[in-house]
Design a protein around this ligand. Structure first.
Ligand code: AMP
Length: 364
């Protein structure tokens, strides 16, 4: 991973009055460019030629300029050019997925602490982080000790793709054996699978934002934690599995995310949800120098209002795309300013940091 000192050196050459927001044209790019535009920042989209029409279709959310690459994996090739233009890169889920390991060495300042991407990418490290934060989590088992309905997640699988549910060791061996035979996974995937107790309840995905620059509101670490929104993922086919079942079809549940919908919670649940966000931030400081900006902790709440967390996304999540102009929660923090979506919030944070000459704090 590129050294923080090296990024600080690049950043020290930036013109703080002429910053650009850069993002890969995918995931939450429309929201990021739109939000940056509302804050008066310039934008640049790293794009594949065939994706350009998707952005040109939305004139207020397309990037101010494009740089084209053949493959997103090669985004690092344009890093130098972007750094010459004072660009700050916003890592989102597609950037993490498509650029892969090369993301760590990109010679371009990233919004947030780049180290979180390592903790997020390795599921065992991520669970260690949630555990250190003192979050209540589903039981995890090593292969060989499965006794109740459990969900199996292989390394690298993301967004629910390829997950499956088993109730016993025999079922695990049969299903993973078939996947091995088909070449879909390796022996090492089987050894390193995360096998979690299958949780029941309502899933919620809070959109948190940590800022060191504000001292009012919900105090957290040296600043405050903001809850900017809440969504629920729509996963196919599990979320509508009653439909095939209603006509007598037997289907294996799958968990691939296909979209997101807004959620509002019982107000009293906010206490615990805010507390989880705060613990995750404070633990990140103890473990790896902190998490700045947006993140999401995936959780399930049961009928006794007990909350268990099973994953953290340490960056902007696609569920925030529901609220480019703010949500049913962000309006209580940012009032009548015209709506504070997560994309806009990131641009605002960059502006505030630049004004305070403190970009180094929130950029790595
Ligand atoms: P993840 O990749 O961990 O975000 O999981 C993708 C989806 O799988 C989640 O949105 C849930 O619907 C489901 N899921 C993950 N872990 C569990 C669990 N322990 N119990 C029940 N469902 C889960």
């Amino acid at each position: 991973m590129i050294a923080k000192k090296e990024i600080d050196r690049i950043l020290s050459g930036y013109d703080r009055k002429d910053l650009k927001v850069a993002a890969l044209c995918s995931h939450s790019a429309l929201q990021l460019f739109y939000g940056a535009r509302l804050e008066g920042l310039k934008t640049v989209g790293i794009c594949k030629k065939k994706n350009r029409a998707r952005y040109d279709a939305f004139p207020l959310a397309k990037p101010g300029e494009y740089v084209f690459v053949d493959r997103y994996e090669d985004a690092g090739e344009v890093a130098e050019k972007l750094a010459e233009e004072n660009a700050i890169f916003i890592p989102h889920g597609s950037a993490v997925e498509y650029i892969g390991e090369k993301i760590g060495s990109m010679r371009l300042p990233f919004f947030g602490n780049r180290r979180v991407l390592l903790w997020e990418a390795d599921r065992r490290k991520m669970l260690e982080w949630l555990g250190e934060a003192g979050c209540s989590m589903p039981e995890s088992y090593a292969p060989g000790r499965i006794r109740k309905p459990s969900i199996v997640k292989f390394p690298g699988a993301r967004g629910g793709r390829g997950y499956f549910v088993v109730s016993s060791q025999e079922e695990f061996e049969a299903k993973s054996g078939a996947m091995l035979k088909a070449g879909a996974i390796t022996e090492s995937d089987v050894r390193n699978a995360v096998i979690q107790e299958y949780l029941t309840g309502v899933r919620v995905y809070p959109h948190y934002f940590y800022t060191p620059f504000a001292k009012d509101g919900f105090k957290c670490a040296e600043g405050r934690l903001e809850m900017l929104g809440l969504d629920k993922r729509m996963e196919s086919n599990v979320d509508e599995i009653y439909r095939p079942m209603s006509v007598g079809l037997k289907v294996e549940p799958s968990y691939t995310v296909v979209g997101n919908s807004p959620v509002i919670m019982r107000e009293s649940l906010l206490d615990d949800v805010l507390e989880v966000g705060k613990r995750v931030v404070e633990s990140s400081f103890r473990l790896f120098g902190g998490i700045y900006g947006p993140f999401c902790v995936e959780m399930i709440i049961d009928e006794n209002f007990r909350l268990k967390v099973f994953e953290v996304s340490a960056r902007i999540v696609a569920g925030t795309n529901i609220y480019p102009r703010g949500s049913q929660y962000s309006c209580y923090i940012f009032g009548d300013e015209g709506g504070m979506g997560t994309g806009r919030r990131i641009a605002r944070e960059i502006k505030v940091a630049a004004q305070k000459n403190a970009l180094q704090k929130i950029v790595y």
